[in-house]
Design a binder for this molecule. Structure first.
Ligand code: CA
Ligand code: CA
Length: 423
């Protein structure tokens, strides 16, 4: 796009971009003071200070990729729907278009069936090599890196489908008012050594934050759309997982605020910390998770290792099966307050927490909602009554970086109405 036209479009956006009551365009807004861990230190300003020539408006994958590679500070406004699975001319690509070197799922299943391959070593050989080469073709379309001092904001109803945004080893990024849909992996990898029964693993989160600081993800929606994990087949008696996380925060990332988002219809929702090895993550992974609406999500809301993670004012509405809500992992220090849990009949409050090797969690002022009625629930007492070893009821720190904590009884109405893109 020519610079003159771009400037004209940007000028239009100053008028049409979503604005707060005080009239600041979305891309020019910064994280409010004290609004969670992303407010630590210098705070999070993204690309709000971008000069006019660094304001981009994109509506195709090619335009998005070009804008993301442009100089910072920058604002990238997304208009309409962008599909990652397209070529540079905008033509749609399918999984078949990425296949190379003779890969097929049928051949892969035949080669690595535990009855043939066994369960003690990971797949290797020509078909695994072909799978990896095919996956690399898809990754070149799916994965887009986000540089430092950047704001990516949707204008109106903006959708990023089949894309994995990677915020990798950078500081100061804001993502707002975007709907992320279905970052499905065409080539899941079988790992018979993962867990007791093996697992199918997929490569793509919707948003991956790795080794990065000062990131604010706000008013976004995450969903698998029509491609729910629950509709996938089972191979080798394990679910054929085509999705990874919706928003995964790993590799010594620090100082994030995840606010007013909608996480919907997904299995592995939000992972904070991907390894029990403390070498890089200890003292980091500090994240605030507030006023999010989790609906129909199965686990990791979030699952935490190492970090001091403040989880408040979230509404967990899980009408179907639940694995767990909060994963208490190694050296994690979660403070969970004023959250509301609405669980399916037969799901009991001791299932809200899961111990992944942690020892402690602070939980207060949380509510369990049944029908229209809500009653206080002591998450730690419920967990300890049903499981061993017990969790200590004190995470050992008190959050100071937060804005007003909404009383839990107001959370379902407030959050279901205002969390997510376009709200
Ligand atoms: Ca992940
Ligand atoms: Ca116990």
């Amino acid at each position: 796009m020519r610079p003159v036209l771009l400037a004209a479009l940007a000028a239009t956006l100053v008028i049409t971009a979503p604005a707060t009551a005080d009239g600041v365009p979305l891309g020019r807004q910064v994280l409010p003071p004290n609004d969670g861990w992303a407010a630590a230190g210098a705070g999070t300003t993204g690309g709000s200070a971008a000069p006019r020539e660094n304001v981009h408006v994109v509506s195709t994958r090619a335009e998005l990729a070009t804008a993301l590679a442009a100089p910072s500070p920058k604002i990238v406004y997304v208009r309409g729907r962008i599909d990652g699975d397209t070529d540079d001319a905008g033509n749609p690509l399918s999984c078949e278009d990425y296949v190379t070197d003779g890969y097929s799922l049928d051949a892969y299943l035949a080669a690595y069936d535990p009855a043939v391959w066994g369960r003690t070593t990971r797949p290797s050989g020509p078909l695994e090599t072909a799978r990896a080469a095919s996956a690399a073709n898809q990754a070149r379309r799916m994965r887009l890196k986000v540089s430092a001092d950047t704001t990516i904001a949707g204008v109106g109803r903006a959708v990023l489908s089949g894309l994995n945004l990677q915020i990798d080893k950078v500081d100061n990024v804001i993502i707002r008012n975007l709907t992320f849909v279905d970052a499905a992996d065409c080539f899941p990898q079988w790992d018979p050594t993962d867990g007791a029964a093996g697992n199918w693993n997929s490569a793509y989160d919707n948003v991956s934050v790795t080794g990065s600081t000062h990131v604010w993800v706000d008013h976004a929606t995450f969903t698998d759309g029509a491609n729910a994990d629950s509709t996938q087949p089972r191979y080798f008696d394990r679910p054929y997982q085509v999705h990874d996380g919706e928003l995964d925060i790993t590799n010594a990332s620090n100082f994030l605020t995840v606010s007013w988002n909608r996480f919907a219809d997904h299995d592995k929702t939000m992972l904070i910390g991907s390894t029990n090895n403390p070498a890089n993550d200890r003292g980091k992974l500090n994240v605030t998770v507030h006023h999010n609406y989790f609906r129909g999500t199965l686990q990791r809301m979030p699952r935490v290792r190492f970090g001091q993670v403040h989880v408040y004012d979230n509404y967990y509405d899980v009408p179907g099966s639940l694995s767990y809500v909060l994963g208490v992992g190694v050296e994690s220090a979660i403070v969970a307050e004023s959250n509301v849990f609405r669980l399916a009949p037969g799901v009991t409050p001791d299932e809200i927490l899961f111990d992944w090797g942690g020892t402690m969690i602070t939980a207060r002022d949380n509510l369990l909602r049944t029908g229209r009625h809500a009653k206080p629930v002591d998450l730690v007492a419920a967990y300890n009554a049903a499981h061993d070893p017990d969790l200590a009821p004190d995470a050992g720190w008190t959050p100071t970086l937060h804005t007003r904590i909404t009383p839990a009884r107001q959370v379902p109405a407030l959050v279901s109405r205002h969390a997510g893109a376009g709200r």
